[in-house]
Design a protein around this ligand. Structure first.
Ligand code: B12
Ligand code: SF4
Length: 497
């Protein structure tokens, strides 16, 4: 049996699609020369490749079964490619898996006749059992838990499969050599040291896909670090949902990373509330210069509605510790959550910028299939796109126009804060003119709309014109003297001056 595992990837995504390697490793582990010896190939495509190009390349591999990894960013194209494949060769079995299809397997099978089977939830064991079952002439899929499939005109969903109790039985793609670490194109290496999440945020699907929290043994993580880090990648990206949800374990993992690291950056997602002085120091020593921190909102009503507790005092302490070590981190807000209004979001921004964060970003709310928030969207007046990426279009607290303004504020944040050019001036204006940072962003947007700059050097030109904005702002707020006092620092911060 020839199996092709595939995914259509984001340009900004990781080089290695971990799910495909786990599926392949687990499948090969179950194979035996006499009974079941599939040939498994992995082929990943880029979101910019055309449907016919992808389909052609897949057909050239002459597969009996094609398994696609599905996320909200590739579902549309994956379905189009699958349709073409079936059109060319009706005998190819099309199997889908991943967080985008798990919660709506039946619906997808009913609408898209070219899909044969959908694996729901954790894929390794289900896919191996499925592939084995498909090797016989008239396969009986009823014993394969965790799949939905078509039989005649009916769509059948077998019962859910319990997740693996011990995830270490999934072979490591690195230690088994499935991923060729000598490949010079590989710069970012993804790795799971835990699977699952102990939180249950209403807008998220991950904790439902992988119920409960399971850990890779330290001995395995250590071996993986040793091998991966000896290849000197640019970055190791831990896929763990909340890396420091068990602080003691996180510290041990960091120590292992530090021991074997030879210059790579570490990318983790964590909760600031759980950062203590020792963890901050370890993150620093581990080169954790890519840290994601979801706060989502500072409005208690919003946080309650999405089941995401926040301990403000501990959060502030954690951020201060990360600042002490000058670590680079991004605090993430989400725009159209329940009760999150535009003015509330601006309040969150002002509060966060008071902490002198490395970076703050506002993400669009996606109403992901299978999530509690999508189920209760109407209760909060949330309207969203019917197709992926299911973006919120409006909510009771946030109008369409507000959402457009949020997008613009995000642009102002990037130009005035993240680009560093105006950061010092921003705080000086806040302190000396007494204007809130979010209001300075709004003033800048009014000014920016009047600038007649076009072409590829647009952002550089905007930076160069920062002194003009300073002048505009000071004039607008009748603080002409401030302009002369702040200009020297701004000129110092401007690149090329
Ligand atoms: C890394 C990552 C990214 C990377 C890119 C990922 C990549 N592959 O290149 C980046 C940072 C770019 C990213 C961006 C976003 N992401 Co993201 N991301 C992840 C993350 C952390 C890891 C994915 C991963 O590899 N996991 C490890 C593997 C082993 O797990 P898995 O993919 O689920 O695979 C298992 C099963 O699903 C199944 N399976 C998967 N594929 C297949 C295929 C077959 C044939 C079978 C049988 C089974 C199967 O078996 C696998 C093993 O058990 C996940 C959360 C997580 N920890 O999983 C979110 C996640 C995938 N992201 C998510 C989201 C929402 C986003 C954003 C929209 C966030 C935002 N608001 O901006 C953006 C999208 C940007 C865009 N332009 O569209 C959601 C996706 C939900 C969905 N319906 O698709 C997830 C699940 C997080 C969540 N909270 O729910 N993301
Ligand atoms: S958003 Fe993050 S912390 Fe919340 S349930 Fe999902 S994975 Fe866990």
């Amino acid at each position: 049996m020839r199996i092709l595992l595939s995914s259509i990837c984001l340009e900004t995504g990781t080089d290695i699609q971990l799910a495909l390697y786990y599926l392949k490793g687990f499948l090969l582990k179950q194979s035996s020369p006499q009974h079941f010896s599939p040939k498994v190939q992995i082929k990943v495509f880029n979101e910019n490749q055309s449907i016919s190009d992808i389909a052609k390349q897949i057909l050239n591999c002459n597969p009996d079964l094609v398994g696609f990894s599905c996320y909200l960013w590739n579902i549309r194209k994956t379905l189009q490619v699958s349709r073409q494949l079936k059109r060319y060769d009706d005998s190819i079995k099309i199997v889908l898996g991943g967080p985008e299809v798990s919660p709506r397997a039946e619906e997808l099978l009913k609408i898209n006749k070219f899909i044969d089977i959908i694996v729901r939830g954790e894929g390794e064991e289900a896919f191996a059992q499925l592939a084995k079952s498909l090797t016989v002439e008239n396969p009986d899929l009823s014993p394969v838990k965790g799949i939905s499939f078509r039989r005649g005109k009916c769509v059948i969903s077998n019962s859910d499969r319990l997740n693996l109790a011990d995830i270490s039985i999934i072979p490591s793609p690195y230690l088994t050599g499935l991923v060729n670490l000598k490949d010079r194109n590989i710069v970012d290496i993804p790795l799971e040291t835990t699977r699952g999440c102990s939180f249950s945020c209403g807008y998220c699907y991950y904790h439902k896909e992988f119920l409960g929290l399971r850990f890779m043994p330290f001995s395995r993580v250590q071996k993986e670090f040793k091998m991966i880090l000896s290849r000197k990648p640019r970055e190791v990206y831990l896929m763990d949902a909340t890396f420091n949800s068990c602080p003691k374990r996180a510290k041990r993992i960091l120590k292992l990373f530090i021991r074997h690291n030879r210059g790579a950056n570490l990318h983790v997602e964590l909760r600031a509330e759980l950062v203590d002085p020792e963890m901050a120091r370890l993150l620093y020593r581990a080169n954790a210069y890519n840290i994601e921190i979801g706060i989502q909102s500072t409005n208690p009503r919003t946080l309650k509605a999405v089941n995401r507790p926040l301990n403000i005092g501990k959060f502030v302490q954690g951020i201060q510790l990360l600042n002490k070590y000058k670590l680079f981190y991004e605090i993430q807000l989400i725009d159209a959550l329940p009760f999150q209004s535009f003015s509330g979001l601006k309040k969150s921004l002002d509060w966060l910028y008071d902490l002198h964060p490395a970076k703050v970003s506002i993400f669009r709310l996606n109403l992901l299939p299978g999530t509690v928030l999508r189920q209760h969207a109407a209760r909060f007046g949330i309207k969203y796109q019917s197709q992926a990426p299911y973006r919120a279009i409006k909510s009771r607290a946030m109008s369409k126009a507000d959402l457009k303004r949020v997008e613009k504020i995000q642009f102002a944040m990037e130009r005035l804060y993240d680009s560093q050019v105006f950061q010092n001036t921003l705080y000086a204006l806040r302190d000396r003119a007494g204007v809130k940072i979010s209001q300075i962003f709004e003033d800048w947007l009014v000014w920016e709309a009047k600038q007649k700059i076009h072409g590829p050097k647009y952002l550089d030109e905007l930076n160069k014109k920062s002194p003009q904005f300073l002048e505009y702002f000071c004039h607008r707020h009748s603080k002409a003297d401030l302009y002369y006092r702040l200009l020297p620092q701004l000129l110092k911060d401007l690149p090329g001056y």
